[in-house]
Design a binder for this molecule. Structure first.
Ligand SMILES: [Fe+2]
Ligand SMILES: [Fe+2]
Length: 223
């Protein structure tokens, strides 16, 4: 009886704890609280100043990227919000809002300061989004393809780095980054499916935007 009660209590706990702390019950396969030493969220407490610097840099640039992506979609919506493409852009924007929210949370939990360049990404992102949308739906989609390809490549390189260092130690962070990478790839594919490549000067536009993304990533890791 007592054992049953304890068992049930554990199950109830599983409703309020993070997914990473939940494992399956070996007897009945219901998710239960996993009491392990890993009571941190997403990012492990850094072992030394070197690891702290690496994680800070990664989290800072990821946060900057998601912030910029939000501003790009805001700019696109300002121009195309009332058009037939509006709901499609809004859908992608809503996912970016979740990404940004997650990185806001991770940054504050780990006392990582955001990049000092947020005010710049605020304006630059919006201008990029709005001006690409002024070329029409195809322009907005070309911008999406370019940006999302850059962001997903960036996430892939972070995944490689973390896997090489210690996949076990960074399990939760890897999970977040992989999930977001998959969302960005979906946005990229959505752009292609909605005629991104038909905008005049597609190749030039895409390359110019991606050059900008590379520069933004480079400085956001450092400033
Ligand atoms: Fe994102
Ligand atoms: Fe995205």
């Amino acid at each position: 009886m007592m054992q049953r009660a304890a068992h049930t209590a554990l199950h109830e706990w599983s409703n309020i704890v993070r997914p990473a702390m939940v494992r399956q019950c070996l007897q009945c396969r219901v998710p239960v609280l996993h009491l392990s030493s890993r009571a941190y969220s997403v990012v492990p407490p850094p072992r030394d100043s070197e690891e702290k610097a690496m994680l800070d840099r990664m989290l800072r640039v990821d946060h900057a990227g998601e912030y910029g992506a939000n501003r790009i979609y805001a700019g696109q919506m300002a121009v195309l919000g009332r058009s037939r493409t509006g709901p499609l852009i809004q859908e992608m924007w809503d996912q970016e809002k979740k990404h940004l929210e997650k990185f806001n949370e991770i940054l504050s939990e780990n006392r990582v300061r955001p990049t000092a360049l947020l005010p710049l990404w605020n304006i630059a992102g919006f201008v990029l989004g709005a001006s690409s949308a002024l070329l029409g739906k195809e322009g907005a989609m070309a911008c999406t393809v370019a940006v999302e390809e850059s962001i997903s490549e960036h996430y892939n390189s972070q995944i490689r780095t973390l896997m090489e260092k210690d996949p076990e130690r960074y399990t939760e962070l890897l999970q977040v980054i992989k999930e977001f990478r998959d969302d960005e790839l979906e946005h990229h594919d959505t752009g292609l499916e909605h005629d991104a490549e038909t905008v005049p000067g597609y190749w030039f536009l895409k390359n110019a935007i991606q050059l900008g993304c590379k520069a933004a990533i480079y400085v956001s890791e450092r400033v």
